[in-house]
Design a protein around this ligand. Structure first.
Ligand SMILES: Nc1nc2c(c(=O)[nH]1)N[C@H]1C(S)=C(S)[C@@H](COP(=O)(O)O)O[C@H]1N2
Ligand SMILES: [Mo]
Length: 339
């Protein structure tokens, strides 16, 4: 892949994400074929950074919220808000949550929303497999017809220490579990994103373990907060936000909320997630939000509220402890539960 490279000092700090720095470090290590000597010297604004700067070339004509002609689900929205889930902060402006996105399949800059417009979202099939009574495929629009759609306003806390508040549309994951009928052998769910390097330019970067994979325990998946997003702001999910189907687990760092899912597999073994494989000590399996457990390279005590100048304290389980703390009661995982 051809990347237009910029020197570190040409990049505004706000555009450089820690995950990106890590990626570059990996690439350099791989290129050198030796890990140890090259880890030094890659700080945020060092020349280890590059930016995927060719956004103009791919500028989408319709903007971030253009209706997708092949998507027949627009009529389903808006759906009724479920008032059980209240957030004390203001909802993030749609313009921001629809453009300031992470979707590494399309690159690592915060303008990848434009590139994501090339994602084909119809036809789209979800594969349900593994430890289930009967594996099956279901077309997204058939799934949407069967699921009770609702709107939920949730906080989103990225591991990069920024946050948003997003009104998702979709359905509680437990309804999909009912449809899937897992066997008693199922202990985990592995979610997988589409793999298509033709469209997803980031996947041509061989140093990542594509496809993006994420996992939950069955107990976590059955928790009432676990949600499958199919829309936001009263409209179908924009491609850059993970159309047509993405996970939303608001008590965990954002990277757990995997986008553009093509399969869910019920497993006996704990799946190894994408970021865990890249850097398990920084982006672990559990990844529950906790202000007291720092990421190895930065504090998680506060978060930058996107769309404001505010930095506010981060809350344990991102403020959802009443719903989820009991999932982890008695687990002796120390820091591992939180990073
Ligand atoms: N497939 C896939 N899913 C993904 C990501 C990604 O790069 N690829 N990024 C994750 C990260 S780091 C975050 S913070 C959230 C961001 O969701 P949003 O862009 O809709 O706000 O998506 C998560 N899901
Ligand atoms: Mo993130």
């Amino acid at each position: 892949m051809l990347i237009r490279r910029k020197r570190g000092w040409e990049i505004p700090e706000s555009q450089v994400t820690p995950e990106e720095v890590f990626r570059n470090r990996r690439r350099i290590i791989k290129a050198a074929g030796a890990g140890s000597l090259l880890l030094a010297g890659c700080s945020l604004l060092s020349a280890c950074s590059d930016m995927d700067g060719s956004t103009e070339a791919n500028a989408a004509e319709g903007g971030p919220f253009a209706q997708v002609p092949e998507d027949p689900s627009a009529d389903l929205y808006p759906v009724e808000r479920n008032d059980r889930y209240q957030v004390e902060r203001a909802i993030t402006e749609r313009e921001l949550s629809g453009t300031y996105t992470n979707f590494y399949e399309f690159g690592s800059s915060k303008t990848i929303w434009q590139k994501a417009q090339s994602l084909p979202i119809r036809p789209w099939t979800l594969r349900v497999e593994g430890e289930v009574e009967d594996p099956f495929d279901i077309a997204i629009d058939d799934l949407l017809k069967q699921m009770p759609l609702e709107e939920r306003v949730y906080r989103l806390r990225c591991v990069e220490a920024w946050s948003m508040v997003i009104p998702w549309s979709g359905f509680q994951l437990s309804h999909l579990l009912d449809l899937a009928r897992p066997t008693s052998e199922a202990r985990y769910i592995r979610f997988t994103t589409l793999e298509d390097p033709e469209v997803m330019s980031g996947q041509r970067a061989g140093w990542y373990p594509w496809p993006y994979v994420e996992g939950l325990t069955m107990e976590e998946a059955g928790n009432e907060l676990a949600f499958m997003g199919t829309g936001m702001y009263g409209a179908p999910l924009p491609k850059q936000n993970g159309a047509p189907l993405r996970l939303v687990v608001p008590w965990k760092y954002g990277f757990k909320s995997i986008k553009s899912i093509v399969s869910i597999a019920f497993t006996r073994e704990r799946p190894v997630s994408f970021w865990e494989e890249i850097a398990g000590n920084e982006y672990g399996f559990w990844a529950n939000v906790n202000p007291e457990v720092a990421h190895p390279r930065w504090s998680q005590a506060e978060e930058r509220v996107i769309g404001t100048d505010e930095h506010v304290p981060t809350q344990l389980y991102n403020g959802y402890g009443d719903y989820v703390a009991e999932l982890y009661a008695g687990m002796d995982q120390g820091d591992r539960l939180f990073r």
